[in-house]
Design a protein around this ligand. Structure first.
Ligand SMILES: *Cc1c(COP(=O)(O)O)cnc(C)c1O
Length: 393
């Protein structure tokens, strides 16, 4: 019996970009070849032990085995508010301006349902984290892409957005420290964002999971630090990258109470919140010792400093990142990132992410992640040192 045709939104999902690459990697690995992936943005270092202990203890309490409340444990929301106050000097009402998410990806996908009706516009960075545009599409909205260029520090040019598009737009996505470009934003940019959002009545969604992953003593700022941010939007944050907890699925939003409430209402109808034991472990993460953050950052920084000279020797252009888990490198003019990445697997058994996978404006770049173990990274660098880009093009 034939099944009915799937909904158009399924067909509209972007093809899984790495099907071909994954097939190639698996084939090579099956032949016993040592394929090293610099394409994965998932911290390799373990979650800190005091957070694991907090989870184990919380697991043994049967009270935590039941459905959590959709808006989370008051104690978790309070601990998020305290952390923001301590880290960024911004205050939030834990009852109305903070919401836990099942990892920020979940919240990012669902916020579109709060503001986008059929045909409504979301302003989305290109290159960008794919969930902004996918969430928009699933909600029936349209993405208007804002290209990010190296010449302008990979910040969108808000003045270049046509007036009629800005008037129709309901959501604006920004993300700093940025994935994939590793660019950072300062408060003056966020001030311009608030001004733009107020002028056109747009909800700003700032995605900031990398504010704690930074190098050389640099401290990224929060969008929420600028005057008026809370009038126009919310910030998505996550314990995933700060505390190496990607698999635990816990994140949070802070900001405008009306936006927070809309997201809570959508979420309470489609999910039942974050496992309480994980929320209690999240409290341990936010309130416990923060020294692992510096330790992890030192490890990523050392990897960054080994990787960049090798990429440059290959003939790529790199601006050393101040933050994030990535190095974004520019190929020689005219080179296609997909072709380059496939040849690199063939030639060196090293996998990088083609920039085109993050949008049209990502073409001509590759992303290397700093989350591969040091031994594997050394082997990868050894091989890359013997590659000349012109032989791959
Ligand atoms: C990793 C990442 C996230 C979210 O991760 P979660 O594990 O879902 O919290 C969100 N945005 C960007 C840009 C990311 O790179």
């Amino acid at each position: 019996m034939p099944l009915p045709e799937q909904a158009r939104r399924v067909a509209q999902l972007p093809p899984y970009l790495f099907v071909e690459v994954t097939r190639k990697i698996n084939e090579k690995r099956a032949r016993g070849e040592d394929v090293i992936s610099l394409a994965i943005g998932d911290p390799d270092l373990p979650s800190p032990p005091h957070i694991i202990s907090a989870l184990v203890t919380s697991l043994e309490d049967v009270a935590n085995h039941r459905y959590p409340e959709s808006d989370g444990l008051p104690a978790f929301r309070r601990s998020v508010a305290d952390w923001y106050k301590k880290r960024f000097g911004v205050e939030f009402d834990p009852d109305t301006e903070v919401l836990p998410t099942i990892g920020s990806k979940e919240g990012i996908a669902h916020i579109a349902w709060c503001y986008l009706d059929q045909g409504d516009i979301a302003l989305v960075p290109d290159p960008g984290y794919p969930v902004y545009s996918v969430g928009t599409m699933l909600a029936g909205g349209e993405s208007y892409y804002m290209p990010l260029h190296r010449e302008t520090g990979f910040l969108p040019d808000l003045d270049a957005i046509p007036e009629d598009v800005a008037r129709k737009a309901k959501l604006l996505w920004i993300n700093y420290p940025n994935n994939p470009t590793a660019a950072v934003a300062e408060l003056d940019f966020y001030e311009r964002v608030v001004e733009f959002a107020k002028k056109y009545d747009i909800v700003v969604c700032h995605d900031g999971p990398y504010t704690e992953v930074a190098f050389d003593g640099y401290k990224p700022v929060s969008f929420m630090q600028v005057d008026g941010a809370k009038d126009v939007g919310i910030e998505f944050h996550s314990l995933s990258k700060s505390y190496n907890m990607t698999g635990w699925r816990i994140g949070m939003t802070v900001g405008n109470a009306e936006v927070t409430n809309a997201l809570m209402r959508i979420k309470s109808n489609v999910d039942s919140g974050v496992f309480q034991a994980v929320q209690l472990a999240g409290i341990a993460a936010l309130e416990g010792p923060q020294d692992t953050i510096n330790h992890h950052n030192a490890v990523y920084q050392a990897r960054r400093d080994k990787l960049i000279p090798v990429l440059r020797k290959m003939g790529l252009e790199v601006d050393p990142p101040k933050a994030s888990l990535y190095v974004w490198a520019k190929l020689p003019d005219g080179a296609l990132s997909g072709d380059f990445a496939s040849r690199l697997i063939e030639e060196a058994n090293v996998v990088v992410t083609p920039g085109r996978g993050y949008g049209e404006a990502g073409e001509g770049y590759i992303r290397c992640s700093l989350t591969v173990g040091d031994d594997a990274l050394d082997r990868a660098l050894e091989r890359l040192s013997n590659v000349n880009v012109s032989d791959l093009l």
